[in-house]
Structure formats: structure tokens, C-alpha cells
Design a protein around this ligand. Structure first.
Ligand code: GDP
Ligand code: IMO
Ligand code: MG
Length: 427
């Protein structure tokens, strides 16, 4: 049996899609266990670029079973659009399984997401406005609708009646337009029909795969610092993108989760609001943003960029049990005279090495840096660790030293081929 959990170790967009696609060449199963179409996972191979949102990144390989597990919130309309888009581009033979326990996202969720953001004004989270928060809130509030109910026309009708009454009350109170039951039901019943063949008990399927000794990749979405529990609350998403959440959100026993690959940019980015101690501005920020094409896959927003933050990385390691690191977008850093890595923070005159719980404290920390020489060489064609310039090698070694995690893979470009594996990850 071999499982590997892929987690974002920063604030998302670390290159999880690329790594999942790369490792999926060896996998039997790829599982998305949380989040929804707030994610945007970019994959590039054979001159083709894909941006996946809710579909797992193993979809390109017809031999892989792709699972959308119970912890996801799935927008049926968007998921179908995504599938149709893939089919139009020739991805016709795929295996997809959607959990009957996954919750669905309906149009009122996005309306409420947008409205909450507006009401919060300058305290807004900067969400993707895809209704993710309101959908998870309904789940916790036990008025959510799950795939299993959604695909049974009469059950869906009954559930939608109750839920929509509550939601319309909320929308009315907020001065927003209400949703008409017949219109929503008619439109979404059609999506339900189309999705029905994919819906099953995916936890049962996973158990069978585990018994067969299959290689299973768990493709995380978002990143540990966006975790609802351990992230920079309230500037987080509404699920847990940690290794610990994988068993719960996919229905496998925790003992099957042993290896966690943390995906990490060679620097840091963040989309949306919230504290970001190593954030840069000015020319250096622009240099990194343009070289790394740091614009959101989902919302096209320019990503905030900063130096690598090993306090955050160490926190992610601790919370998520990361025991391997994939260092991504390494090529972006070429051309800089010096590089800085944050190894600790200072808060109220004291050195700290963890993430403060409150925004009040976290916005006041000052990053402490070590400075390293940069390198000028283009490294996009590098095929091994040995080919790297000395300064780039030292950068990797310093990260390993500061985090005590081995860099098992590094990436020097968006293409599948621009990946250097330093250690076998599937045992
Ligand atoms: P994800 O959400 O973690 O899957 O990451 P995204 O796909 O949202 O963002 C990562 C971006 O970096 C995408 O545009 C990728 O194509 C790109 N990318 C991934 N790895 C590399 C790399 O090593 N070098 C460069 N230049 N781009 C990369
Ligand atoms: P991937 O999987 C980066 C951020 C949003 C916002 C906060 C809450 O591509 O790494 P939400 O819509 O989830 O309620 O937004 O979380 N966010 C992400 N940032 N990458 C993601 O996914 C993200 N998913 C959500 O920008 O700050
Ligand atoms: Mg992304």
C-alpha cells in the first residue's frame, strides 16, 4: 500500500496541480478531498495548458481513478462545464467518481459569499466569491444538500424546498434578490441527471483500492496557512487543507496516511487579504510577479508576493506532518543579486518561531532574515541538482537546514518535464 498526501504549505497556488500531474504518471488513484472551485490548479504538458478547478489532476490519464471525495463542496454547474471543457479538448476517456456525501454549491451560496464580502468592507477576506464559505456553513448548519440526495429528483426537490426557504429568508434580510424554486430546481435537476453516473460511495472505493495496494495520491487544495482551524483566521478558506484533514474528508483511516509532500514556492505568494509578514512591494515584487506570472488562476487577481517564510513553512510542517518538500517556481528567482529567507519573527521585542493565533499579533510581527547570494543563470533547462549554480544549491540546502525537511523534488518551469525528482516519493 502506498499513499502520498500533497499539501500546499503556504497560502495556496504553490504548484500542487503540477506536482499531482507529475506524480500521477505513477499513481492509480487521485483524490481531491476538500475545497471546491475556489482552487485553480495549472497543468502543462505536451504544449497544452489546463487549469483545473474542482476536477482532480489525474483526469488526463485514462488509467487513473479520480475521486472527488466527501469533504469537497461541488458546484454541479461549474464541474460539468469543466468536464465539457476537457472533453472538447480531447480528454474523453477518464474515470471520475464523485462522493455521494460531498455537498453541492448552489447559486445562492455565491450570492451570499459576495454579499458578506461587501458588508465586511475593508475587513473583507478577499474570497474567490464561489460560494465556498456559505456552502460549508450550510453543511455545518445541517441544511446542506449532498450529491446522494441531489441525484434523486424527489429527494432533491424536498430538500431544496426547505433549504431555499431558509436561504431566501437570509437573502431577504440582506436586501438581496431571492431565488425562485422552480427555476433553480429545473436547471439543477438537469445537472443532477448528468452527474448521476459518477456518484457513488467513494470511501468504499478507496478501501478497495487500499486493499489492492494501489498507489493513491491525495491532491490538496489551498494551503495550510489558509486552514480554517490553523490558518490566519479569519483570512482563511472554509475547509482544512492539512494532511490531518485527508482521512476525515475522504473516508480513509488515519493510519494509511504516512507521507506528506509539502508543496512550496521558492518564495511566497498570497491572494486575498490577511497578514503576510514577508510581503514585498516595488520593483522586486514586480520582478517576481512578472517572472512567475503571479496572477490568480481563478480570479485573475495579481498575487501578493514576498520572500520565502520558513516560520510559516515550519508551522505547515508541524501542523501537517510534512516529511518531504517540493520546491516550486525555483527558476523565477534567477537574476537577483541577493535573496532573503525569513527564519524567525520578532513580536514586541521578542524572537518567535511560530505563527501567532491572532491577526492583531500577526500583523505586528517583523520578519528576521538571513541573506544569501543570488544567481544570474537561467535554470529552466536544468535536469539535475548537480547542474544548478552553487548559489541555487545553497538556497535549497538552507531551506532544508531551516525546516529540517528534505527537498525531494524541485521545479524549474511550469511544464511537466521541468521537474527534477531527487528521491522516489511512492514507496
Ligand atoms: P496550485 O493551485 O497549487 O496548483 O498552483 P497554481 O496552478 O494556481 O499556480 C502555480 C503557477 O505556477 C501555475 O501558473 C503553474 O503553471 C506555475 N508553475 C508551477 N511550477 C512552476 C515552476 O517551477 N516554474 C514556473 N515558472 N512556473 C511554475
Ligand atoms: P489553490 O488550490 C490561493 C483564498 C482566497 C481568499 C481565501 C478565502 O489553487 O491553491 P474562499 O473563496 O476559499 O472562501 O477564499 O482563500 N483561496 C486561495 N488562494 N489558492 C487557492 O486554491 C485558494 N482557495 C482559496 O483568495 O483569500
Ligand atoms: Mg491555484
Amino acid at each position: 500500500m502506498s499513499t502520498l498526501v500533497i499539501v500546499g504549505s503556504q497560502w495556496g497556488d504553490e504548484g500542487k496541480g503540477k506536482v499531482t500531474d507529475y506524480l500521477a504518471q505513477e499513481a492509480d488513484v487521485v483524490v481531491r478531498s476538500q475545497g471546491g472551485n475556489n482552487a485553480g490548479h495549472t497543468i502543462l504538458f505536451d504544449g497544452q495548458k489546463f487549469a483545473l478547478r474542482s476536477i482532480p489532476s489525474g483526469i488526463f490519464n485514462p488509467n487513473i481513478k479520480n475521486i472527488m471525495a466527501n469533504g469537497m463542496v461541488i458546484d454541479p454547474k461549474q464541474a460539468l462545464e469543466e468536464l465539457h471543457g476537457l472533453e472538447e479538448r480531447g480528454i474523453k476517456k477518464y474515470q471520475l467518481f464523485i462522493s455521494n456525501r460531498a455537498h453541492i454549491v448552489l447559486p445562492y451560496h455565491a450570492a451570499l459569499d459576495g454579499a458578506f464580502e461587501q458588508f465586511k468592507g475593508d475587513k473583507k477576506i478577499g474570497t474567490t466569491k464561489r460560494g465556498i464559505g456559505p456552502a460549508y456553513a450550510d453543511k455545518a448548519n445541517r441544511i446542506g444538500i449532498r450529491m446522494g440526495e441531489f441525484i434523486e429528483p424527489e429527494v432533491f426537490k424536498e430538500q431544496l424546498k426547505i433549504t431555499l426557504e431558509i436561504k431566501n429568508m437570509e437573502l431577504r434580510m440582506l436586501g438581496l434578490e431571492e431565488f425562485d424554486f422552480d427555476t433553480v430546481y429545473a436547471e439543477y435537476s438537469e445537472y443532477a441527471k448528468e452527474l448521476k453516473p459518477f456518484v457513488c460511495d467513494t470511501a468504499l472505493l478507496l478501501e478497495e483500492e487500499i486493499e489492492k495496494n494501489s498507489k493513491i495520491l491525495f491532491e490538496g487544495a489551498q494551503g495550510v496557512m489558509l486552514c480554517l482551524d490553523h490558518g490566519t483566521y479569519p483570512y482563511v478558506t472554509s475547509s482544512s487543507p492539512t494532511g490531518a484533514s485527508v482521512p476525515l474528508n475522504s473516508g480513509v483511516a488515519p493510519r494509511y496516511i504516512t507521507d506528506v509532500l509539502g508543496i512550496c514556492k521558492a518564495y511566497t505568494t498570497r491572494v486575498g487579504e490577511g497578514p503576510f509578514p514577508t510581503e514585498l512591494d516595488g520593483d522586486l515584487a514586480s520582478y517576481i510577479r512578472e517572472r512567475g506570472h503571479e496572477y490568480g488562476t481563478v480570479t485573475k487577481r495579481p498575487r501578493r508576493v514576498g520572500y520565502l517564510d520558513c516560520v510559516a513553512l515550519n508551522y505547515a510542517r508541524r501542523i501537517s506532518g510534512i516529511n518531504h518538500l517540493a520546491l516550486m517556481l525555483f527558476d523565477v528567482l534567477s537574476g537577483l543579486d541577493t535573496l532573503k529567507i525569513c527564519y524567525a519573527y520578532e513580536l514586541d521585542g521578542k524572537k518567535i518561531e511560530t505563527i501567532p493565533a491572532t491577526t492583531y499579533d500577526y500583523t505586528r510581527v517583523k520578519p528576521l532574515y538571513i541573506e544569501l547570494p543570488g544567481w544570474k543563470e537561467d535554470i529552466t533547462h536544468v535536469k539535475s541538482f548537480d547542474e544548478l549554480p552553487v548559489a541555487a544549491k545553497n538556497y535549497i540546502r538552507k531551506i532544508e537546514e531551516l525546516t529540517k525537511i528534505k527537498v525531494s523534488l524541485f521545479s524549474v518551469g511550469p511544464d511537466r518535464k521541468q521537474t527534477i525528482l531527487l528521491e522516489e516519493l511512492f514507496k
